[in-house]
Design a protein around this ligand. Sequence first.
Ligand code: ADP
Length: 382
Amino acid sequence: MSYSKEQVLDALRKVTHPEKKKNIVELEMINDLEVNGKEIYFSMIFDKSNDPFIKSLKKASVKSIKDHIGEEAEIEGNINVLAREKGETAQAQEKQEQQDISLPGVKNIIAVTSGKGGVGKSMVASNLAVSLAQTGAKVALVDADIYGPSVPKMFGVENEKPQGTQVNGKTRVLPLEKYGIKLLSIGFFVDPDQALIWRGPMASNAMKQLFTEAEWGEADYLVLDMPPGTGDIHLTLVQSLAVTGVVIVTTPQEMALADARKGVAMFRQEQINVPVLGVIENMSYFKPDDMPDKKYYIFGKQGGKRMAEEMKVPLLGEIPIDEKIMQGGEAGRPQALDWNSKTAQAFKEITANTVKQIEIRNQRQEPTSTVKIDPDAKGCSY
Ligand code: ADP
């Protein structure tokens, strides 16, 4: 069962802006409406980011949709609030922020993200970086997962400290190098226990330092391990960095898929509009070594494929469950380094598909620029 956009708009027409005395559809406040089964997503655009009616109109919209379409409509958390106009200070601040991050030597930035934690996002980012480097490309890996930076451990560099260098009289951080990949992690700069209690702006600033204060030099691909979820930090990153495209990692379970869909919908919103290069399904099945003809779909079968078809994004590949992945993570050696492993095979396909999608994307679209959203309004998605 799926609701239609018209049904949603009809329900929203019943919500009136208390000051302007017109309904919010008529006021052209609704944008990027996406309906996926029972899940409804849209942006609500206010003239100012401090409009006093933001909260009450969001609440009224949810209520009206539930009253007129059905209680089971999934809408909470899916409304993205944006502002039409920027205050002068906000504009200046945005300009400053956007000037800050430019990585002229980096050709493509691939942001790896997931709807929820624990689905193997960092494992994918690490192995994708390794696998891209195996094609002869110059690769950098940035671990921006502030809530659980795991790249240092996966590369066995958790006890190393990046060195500083002087460039034009300024101190810059030199990324570490391991397995031919330049890498930096937010974990080198902050105590992960503290990161958990950081508020949005603090986390965002720390994140930006990874780019602005580091000497990245030349790279064909910079793989970015993003935090899981859809929130402030994601918006900061796409506003500050010219991301080429996003790769979304999910497992086949319904819960993970639902959150991954939210991720796709967020990046697709008109104001954000970062290309989704595709979906990677991790933990797709288990294939015992002593019974190579058998495949056990422990977490469900082909949920990632179905979700990719529904959302009209490419499925970049499927990664089987393999205890060696976990062991490789513990030992600081990503599995893709072992050419004959099941994981390396899976990543060969994933890498080829990702590179293909990047080529298609770069042919069809302009070179990436940062996403421009009113900084005061960014991330107001509750
Ligand atoms: P996330 O970044 O999404 O939180 P991680 O990449 O840290 O997830 O992975 C979580 C744990 O699951 C790690 O211990 C990792 O080694 C393990 N893992 C991930 N994918 C697989 C897989 N396909 N098979 C076995 N273990 C896996």
